[in-house]
Write a protein that binds this ligand. Structure first.
Ligand code: IPE
Ligand code: IPE
Ligand code: MG
Length: 231
């Protein structure tokens, strides 16, 4: 089975920069540039959906200057990527509490989301002010205000209240930067995703690293709680 949906925790920008005597902001700048390269490689390898963790609900705790640079980069990224996304039939989406983002970032994002809405070759979803717990709480609140039925809730119905219910669950989660944790990413959707952690920092994560991750995935035995169908 190929990877249809790839999720990535893009971690290690700060350490990448510190190692080079650069500022954390330089690390985030390099990290933002890397997204376009990894999208290109993912498309080449037949991936259809890629969801990247760019800013968590907890990342608001960081120093104000770092948050400001990250918000600027989000706006710049959307504007800079737009021509390529149009050329390559890539649709941009977001998940998260994006109304928390500053107006400038939101405006640039909305424009790119709007312009690429009909592209259907590849979907890049950026998780912004995203938390897995926040997503479930937002879903529950939405459900409490909209749901008419009093029938017992099913998983399929609950899923419909999540930020992007039409996306398939990720087949593979890659975390760069070496930490072996989920950090509040896609808690519902990652139930049966395969995990791949690499020590490579996000700004260095390239086509070859992605290839290695996809190769590792292809040798996994996904049982989903059942028994292996491999002999
Ligand atoms: C990931 O890199 C980007 C964000 C969380 C916004 P970090 O900034 O967490 O980099 P490290 O983990 O400190 O190296
Ligand atoms: C996870 O990285 C969030 C993103 C990559 C956006 P963090 O650097 O925030 O995670 P922790 O703090 O190491 O768990
Ligand atoms: Mg980090």
């Amino acid at each position: 089975m190929p990877v249809e949906h790839l999720a990535i925790i893009m971690d290690g920008n700060g350490r990448w920069a510190t190692e080079r005597g650069l500022s954390r902001s330089d690390g985030h700048r390099a990290g933002a540039k890397q997204i376009a390269r990894v999208v290109e490689a993912a498309r080449e390898f037949g991936v259809k959906y890629m969801t990247v963790y760019a800013f968590s609900t907890e990342n608001w705790k960081r120093p104000q200057d770092e948050v400001r640079v990250l918000m600027e980069l989000i706006g710049e990224f959307s504007t800079r990527m737009l021509p390529d996304m149009m050329k390559n039939n890539v649709r941009l989406r977001t998940i998260g509490r994006t109304s928390d983002l500053p107006l400038l970032a939101r405006t640039a994002l909305l424009k790119a989301i709007d312009m690429t809405a009909k592209n259907d070759g590849f979907t890049l979803t950026i998780a912004l002010s995203y938390g897995g717990r926040a997503e479930m709480i937002d879903a529950m609140n939405k459900m409490l205000s909209e749901r008419k039925s009093d029938a017992p809730l099913t998983e399929d119905e609950f899923r419909n209240y999540l930020y992007a219910p039409d996306l398939p669950d990720p087949d593979l989660l890659i975390r760069t930067g070496g930490e072996m944790r989920i950090s509040n990413f896609l808690l519902w959707q990652l139930s049966y995703s395969e995990l791949y952690v690499t020590p490579v920092f996000w700004p260095d994560f390239d086509r070859e690293d992605l290839k290695a991750a996809l190769e590792s995935f292809s040798s996994r035995d996904r049982r989903f709680g059942g028994l292996s169908d491999k002999k």
